[in-house]
Design a binder for this molecule. Structure first.
Ligand SMILES: Cc1cc2nc3c(=O)[nH]c(=O)nc-3n(C[C@H](O)[C@H](O)[C@H](O)COP(=O)(O)OP(=O)(O)OC[C@H]3O[C@@H](n4cnc5c(N)ncnc54)[C@H](O)[C@@H]3O)c2cc1C
Length: 458
């Protein structure tokens, strides 16, 4: 669609020339995320500075029936912020203030455009950090909207578990506040968590109060390598069952380890591995935990167990793990990729990982298996030549089979990347009649369907 002239004129009343753009180059920057999903140009992009501007924008768009897609940092990998029906992209990068640090309550109130890594640098001065850690430098608004998670989820939960209150602008421009700064809340319907994970389809987040954690005094990382993915996956259950409370527990298959080794600072055996991190206020307790972890790994046939004690060694290991996606893209240069994301109860994790590894082998799929093992989440990174239709088709069939496997094992089609475009086709199978309730909620909150249309609901 192209935007009505009257609508543009009204937007220009809200936004000065440097905060509204119809330029093709700017629209192209907001046409795709980090996935291989097809790009779609929005018709215009605006950069609000305040809730009042967002509210006026939505009221106008709702009246004119113009699609509105919120935009954080564009790092999604399921097509979540792609404006598939054109219209307006609302880019939150200039609403990026940290409003209040409630350090004595372990909380922070922020605008949605703040990038979580930048926020954590500021919070470190108070000895605090926001634990959900998706690796990419995502915005808080995007993390809330996708319910992002990451390597710290095993200990601290996903973004959903670390938010107390929101300010949300509804499709018709009304501004509401949900939740409160009280850690305990039992008052009415839980609207905060309705908006978390709704991918900008139910409302637009303009402020959030988040829970913080103290930065631990002593941290240690360890890497164990195993003969098979199944051995590594089974160790996960025992580590958690022993009450060791890892702050990270990641699984990488042999291909991922081969790719990781292209980092000049890294040299591990190219075997399935667990990357682990433990934290404590007491150094002796930390050493004891690591000794027990080593024992458990050896019981599960670990061939090597490397302790990375101290912040520097830990930083080296996690830096490499965090950049593994980019390292893969470089390693398989010029190829297209498909990122899979599914999650199961932890008791089914060994089954999911072993069956997925077998499926990759049987189908001749090129790629890796890696995941946030501690919370039952696994990713597949599949690569194929862009001009090879047969290989592309095979990658899609594999991804469908992988998700079907997770659903069979009482899991979900997405542990953390969200539904976006790619996972809509699994929603009916996963949610059954509950999908109708989701549709009713969407109809109630956004009757004209202007908010991020074409996402989440099939
Ligand atoms: C290298 C790499 C590694 C990654 N690793 C992980 C990982 O480990 N775990 C993980 O969970 N994700 C991971 N991701 C995916 C991505 O970083 C997350 O999904 C992140 O939450 C996206 O945030 P963003 O700011 O980039 O949001 P965007 O991509 O800009 O938008 C995401 C969604 O949020 C909506 N949105 C944005 N702002 C608002 C707002 N203010 N109000 C309402 N809706 C809004 C958008 O419309 C869209 O639907 C990774 C991505 C990359 C590129």
């Amino acid at each position: 669609m192209s935007l009505p002239d009257a609508f543009i004129t009204q937007l220009q009343v809200i936004y000065p020339a440097d905060r509204i753009s119809l330029a093709r180059s700017i629209r192209e920057q907001h046409a795709r995320d980090q996935s291989a999903h097809e790009a779609h140009l929005p018709d215009a992009v605006v950069w609000p500075l305040s809730t009042a501007e967002v509210s006026q924008t939505l009221r106008l768009a709702n009246n004119a029936r113009v699609p509105v897609t919120p935009w954080g940092a564009g790092t999604s990998i399921e097509g979540n912020p792609i404006p598939v029906q054109g219209g307006l992209v609302v880019d939150f990068s200039r609403m990026d203030n940290i409003l209040t640090i409630h350090d004595r309550d372990f909380q922070v109130t922020v605008q949605p455009g703040v990038l979580y890594k930048d926020m954590n640098k500021v919070l470190a001065r108070y000895g605090l950090f926001f634990a959900p850690d998706p690796g990419a430098n995502a915005s808080i608004g995007g993390m809330l909207a996708n319910n992002a998670a990451g390597i710290r989820t095993v200990k601290h939960g996903a973004t959903r578990d670390n938010v107390l209150a929101l300010e949300v602008v509804l499709a018709d421009g009304r501004v509401i506040r949900t939740g409160s700064r009280s850690v305990k809340q039992s008052s009415g319907y839980d609207l905060t968590h309705l908006f978390v994970g709704s991918e900008g389809t139910l409302g637009v987040i303009t402020e959030a109060t988040l829970k913080l954690a103290p930065i631990p005094a002593h941290i240690s990382a360890a890497v164990a390598t195993f003969p098979t993915v199944a051995d590594a996956a089974e160790t996960v259950f025992d580590i958690i069952g022993a009450g060791l409370e890892p702050t990270a527990l990641e699984l990488l298959d042999a291909t991922a380890m081969r790719v990781l080794n292209t980092d000049p600072d890294i040299n591990f055996p190219e075997k399935p591995a667990l990357f682990m991190e433990f934290a404590s206020s007491n150094e002796a307790a930390l050493a004891e935990s690591l000794a027990l972890v080593a024992e458990l790994c050896i019981e599960h046939h670990a061939e090597e167990f490397e302790r990375g004690v101290g912040r520097q060694e830990r930083a080296r290991i996690w830096h490499a793990r965090h950049h593994l996606f980019e390292t893969h893209v470089r390693y398989f240069a010029g190829q297209q990729f498909l990122v899979g994301d599914a999650s199961v109860p932890i008791s089914n994790y060994p089954l999911l990982t072993a069956r997925t590894a077998r499926l990759m082998e049987e189908m001749g799929i090129t790629g890796s298996l890696l995941g946030h093992a501690g919370d039952g989440n696994i990713h597949t990174l599949v690569f194929y030549p862009g001009d090879d239709d047969e290989a592309r088709q095979r990658a899609m069939v594999f991804n469908d089979a992988f998700v079907a496997l997770a659903l069979e094992l009482e899991g979900t089609c997405t542990g953390e990347h969200g539904v976006g475009l790619g996972k809509r086709k699994f929603m009916a199978r996963e949610h059954g009649a509950a999908l109708d309730v989701m549709r009713q909620l969407k109809q109630t909150l956004d009757p004209n369907g202007i908010l991020n249309p074409g996402k989440v609901l099939p």
